[in-house]
Design a protein around this ligand. Structure first.
Ligand code: ADP
Ligand code: MG
Length: 618
């Protein structure tokens, strides 16, 4: 056994550890994401190396990650994260965990030290300061590692890196237990008193789901101790091999680690108490190839990621390159219903359900100012940026650029997806429009860039059919018709609207009239103003033109004047009786069976808008 070697941390490491511990205090949970991420990287490296050098696979067959949480005999609470990845040699332990090799790090640290802590939290949280986040939850950390056997390393030995949270030095020594790992790395966190919540099965399960359920390439197994529960005879421990105790620290009192005799088979005893609580199978949808993902997998992934027990209406799996060198893969889901708060919340966008991952590791679901437009804020998306570079200072900028691009990427794909469903799958679009018809109207008003495409998705009831799109309306228009007719009266049903005197004449002549009773309808029409250059015409307003008038305008005018002359006494009498209520009384050629109608002035408000205004004023 080699003696313990003590090393001082490189000065940047000391600074970094301080920043991480101070600024991420309220984001302690990131430690798990970082450690799972490192385990994944190590497994990925092993897999890659094994393509050219098979012997690296020796020692451990399975490629996986195991997480154990338990109370140690010495009274400490521990989390042990083990992977069967590439592992680290003695030199690598010293170099990788004791120094910072990243370029630009010093510069970043200076900035981070000057920044306010919340800002730093985001900065660091987004760019994984990796291994040192262990000290957010641990007083002491042991990293025991057995590097994979290779041509260069024919007789690997298991070494330990050990450090306490408030120590400026770390130790490296040969593992007194020998080569217990088979291959890979075991990280033992001796939890701080204020981090005991991470012993909880539920908390851990949630965290693992949150951080690594997305297309995790390797299985993650979680084992926790059943401390509060009555022992269940039927549930036997299924853990068999991996050690769950930290490598012994014989001399350092801080560790309070028990002196463990590798000969004394104590591991078994501890393992006995650990029950299998949760077995995390790998959770595709593999981002690699959409063709291999089944419908069940898409649905299952949606349900576990977004905690929605209903099935999504539709999804879209796509990949691309942001243009700034970040390539990504993403799955976009259309939920089967809108959150109740959607129409209640203000104009600010929520978009809490865009989950950004880097290399399958959860980074954030807070896109901040780069959130989606309000109309699209309900969409649920997982984005996995495959090669967002991890060099800290430079990429902080790049990431912001990417986040900004993400907004339009998602919006574009959402519009495309909706349009494709409309064109290709009438049945599905039926479901979509039931939930999102009003959302499309909002989008057309709010998002001028996508106005055209969103307007095309909107459906309206008419006097002739249940629902029509604007395109279908135009296809159905009569010879010579050059207006889109509508009647808007907020709160009225299409049936009520169809009975209106304003619709009568058009109906009799075979014209289709949009029947607009939804609050957003009139706002939509007033913002769109025309569709394919055909203007909207409110049939309750003057200015109504038919394309098939039998009389030419001159003749019509003459006829109108003759009638006005003929009915002059009646018109005068009506004007006198209704003075102060109506501006004028005229002969109309609009009506078929009703005897009269009250019409808004061509420049005046419609009855509907007046209704809106008076309710706003009261
Ligand atoms: P990063 O992952 O961004 O490189 P970390 O602080 O998370 O930074 O890890 C530092 C280095 O330590 C890694 O680059 C890797 O070489 C090594 N390392 C960390 N965890 C493991 C592990 N589980 N297996 C093998 N190597 C590891
Ligand atoms: Mg890392």
């Amino acid at each position: 056994e080699t003696p313990k070697q003590k090393f001082d941390y490189q000065s940047d490491v000391a600074r970094l550890r301080k920043i991480v511990i101070n600024s991420l205090y309220s984001h302690k949970e990131v430690f798990l994401r970082e450690l799972i991420s490192n385990a994944n990287d190590a497994l990925e490296k092993l897999r890659l190396t094994s393509l050219t050098d098979k012997q690296v696979l020796e020692g451990a067959e399975q490629l996986n990650v195991t997480i154990k949480a338990f109370k140690h005999d010495d009274g400490s609470s521990r989390i042990v994260i083990t992977d069967t990845g590439i592992g680290m040699t003695q030199e690598e332990l010293t170099k990788n965990l004791g120094t910072l090799a990243k370029s630009g790090t010093s510069e970043f640290l200076t900035r981070a030290e000057g920044a306010d802590t919340t800002g730093t939290g985001n900065l660091i949280g987004a760019f994984g300061l990796g291994f040192y986040s262990s000290f957010l939850v641990a007083d002491r950390v042991f990293v025991s590692s057995l590097a994979a056997r290779s041509e260069k390393n024919t007789d690997p030995k298991q070494y330990v890196f050990s450090s306490s949270a408030d120590d400026s030095a770390f130790e490296i020594y040969e593992d007194p237990r020998g080569n217990t790992l088979g291959r890979g790395t075991e990280i033992t966190l001796v939890l701080k008193d204020d981090a005991l919540e991470y012993l909880d099965t539920h908390t851990l399960t949630e965290l693992i789901h949150k951080h690594s359920s997305f297309a995790s390439s390797f299985p993650v197994y979680l084992f926790t101790q059943r401390t509060e529960q009555v022992p269940d005879e039927d549930e036997k421990a299924e853990v068999s091999s991996t050690s769950s105790s930290a490598p012994a620290e014989e001399t350092t009192p801080v560790a309070e680690a028990k002196v463990e005799d590798p000969e004394k088979d104590e591991d078994e005893a501890i393992v006995e108490e650990i029950k299998e609580e949760e077995k995390e199978e790998p959770k595709p949808p593999k981002m690699k190839d959409p063709k291999t993902v089944t419908e069940e997998e898409y649905i299952g992934f949606y349900q576990s990621t977004f905690k929605d027990y209903e099935k999504p209406l539709a999804w879209h799996h796509f990949s691309g390159d942001s243009g700034s060198g970040v390539s990504y893969k993403a799955i976009l889901y259309i939920p089967s219903r809108l959150d109740e708060s959607f129409w209640q919340t203000g104009p600010t966008s929520l978009a809490k359900d865009v989950r950004l991952m880097v290399k399958r590791v959860f980074i954030t679901n807070d896109l901040g100012d780069d959130a989606l437009p309000k109309w699209a804020s309900w969409v649920k998306v997982v984005v996995d940026a495959e090669d967002l570079p991890l060099n800290v200072s430079r990429e902080t900028l790049q990431s912001n650029k990417f986040l900004k691009q993400l907004k339009s990427i998602i919006t574009r794909h959402l519009v495309q997806t909706l349009t494709r469903i409309q064109n290709d799958d009438a049945e599905k679009f039926g479901l979509v429009k039931t939930v999102y018809n009003n959302v499309f109207k909002l989008g057309a008003v709010e998002d001028t860039k996508n106005r055209e495409k969103l307007s095309a998705l909107v459906r309206f009831p008419t006097n002739q059919r249940n629902l029509t799109s604007l395109n279908e309306y135009l296809e159905n228009k009569k010879q010579g018709q050059n207006q889109i007719f509508y009647l808007a009266d907020m709160g009225k049903t299409p049936e009520d609207l169809a009975k209106s005197v304003f619709v009568e004449k058009l109906d009799a002549r075979g014209y289709e009239v949009l029947l607009l009773g939804e609050p957003l309808d009139e706002i939509f029409v007033q913002n769109i103003r025309n569709w394919k250059k055909i203007t909207f015409q409110d049939v309750a307003k003057a200015g109504l033109k038919f394309g098939d008038e039998e009389l030419d305008p001159e003749e019509e005018k003459e006829q109108q004047e003759a009638l006005t002359e003929q009915y002059k006494p009646l018109l005068e009498w009506l004007k006198k009786e209704a003075s102060g209520i109506v501006r004028d009384v005229v002969i109309s050629n609009r009506l078929v069976s009703s005897s009269c109608a009250i019409v808004a002035d061509v420049h005046g408000y419609t009855a509907n808008v007046e209704k809106l205004m008076s309710s706003a004023n009261s």
